[in-house]
Design a protein around this ligand. Structure first.
Ligand code: F1P
Length: 293
């Protein structure tokens, strides 16, 4: 029995990922082609999915791919295509960028009839992944599932791992006092997203770093009762170095996107444990819509 929208949305991810993969033949002509120089933009969670996709696409040899939060797009650079990720389709910085940029644009959104359709050249709608909760979970991961399917990943295997993540017991992590999430390559975006989720849903102290950079300072806060959580394979020696501090090192063999499902569950568990409503974090709205300037 789920008590909140976000719990139901987290649980639905294997199914929305499969639905996104099934949609691919219909929309792949709108997505970046091999060899194109691409910028991927978004805000908040959508930015972190942009980071993950950029790492995967460039790593797969599909072309240079940069990720920016929409407000920091370097307007002097030339791209063959700009991909915007926006659940709401109303985030001001994303709309402003799409209206201003010269390159062809495509927006992936949960609400295809929203304002974004007036400023993007093409729209990929994922209305089945839109959410009631202010906190984003499944729209973000479903977007990444679609983009991974486009890169040739086997989403069925990833969804099967997510089912394991949904069945796993995360209770041991709910006593943690602090979590530092780390990743390498594309999983740095996932680590950032996991930390954002726990901060916004649970007002919990969480940080995120490239795993190799964790030793360059952040390891100072490791101590018993705190977790260091690695997305994907950790760098050699990190597990042992963390263990020497007394902190708990967390990782497993699941696909990193399924590991994010575990982190989402921990974020919601921490929030509920603190008596907070993870659907409606304080000071947050579904989208940031700024006044005209
Ligand atoms: C971007 C976003 C969300 C976040 C928040 C404010 O929204 O940063 O990720 O949950 O409530 O806006 P969007 O452009 O993806 O709709």
């Amino acid at each position: 029995m789920t008590r909140t929208h976000v719990e139901a949305e987290i649980a639905s991810q294997p199914s929305t990922w499969r639905e996104a993969a099934a949609l691919l033949p219909e929309v792949e002509g709108l997505l970046p082609r091999a060899g194109e120089r691409v910028a991927v933009v978004g805000c908040g969670t959508s930015w972190f999915m942009a980071m993950a996709y950029a790492g995967l696409r460039e790593g797969a040899g599909q072309g240079e791919t940069d990720a920016f939060t929409a407000s920091e797009f370097p307007s002097g650079r030339r791209y063959d295509r700009v991909v915007a990720i926006t659940r709401s389709g109303t985030t001001t910085e994303v709309l402003r960028l799409l209206a201003a940029v010269e390159a062809p644009t495509v927006a992936i959104t949960g609400v295809p009839e929203e304002q974004v359709k007036d400023v993007a050249d093409a729209i990929v709608g994922l209305p089945f992944a839109d959410e009631e909760s202010v906190v984003q979970t499944r729209f973000a991961t479903t977007t990444l599932a679609l983009l991974r399917a486009h890169l040739g990943h086997d989403i069925e295997a990833v969804a099967a791992d997510a089912e394991q993540a949904l069945a796993a017991d995360v209770g041991a992590h709910l006593d943690a006092e602090q979590i530092s999430f780390v990743g390498q390559g594309w999983t740095i975006g996932l680590a950032q997203e996991a930390a954002l989720k726990t901060r916004e849903a649970a007002q919990f102290w969480a940080e995120a770093y490239p795993a190799m950079d964790y030793r360059h300072g952040p390891i100072s806060i490791a101590e018993p009762g705190r977790l260091v959580w690695s997305f994907g394979e950790p760098p050699e020696g990190l597990r042992e170095q963390v263990a020497a501090t007394g902190a708990t090192f967390v990782t497993d063999d699941l696909d990193p996107l399924a590991q994010l499902v575990l982190a989402q569950r921990v974020a919601v568990g921490l929030a509920l444990g603190r008596g907070l409503d993870p659907d409606r974090p304080r000071h947050l709205t579904r989208a940031v819509e700024l006044p005209d300037r």
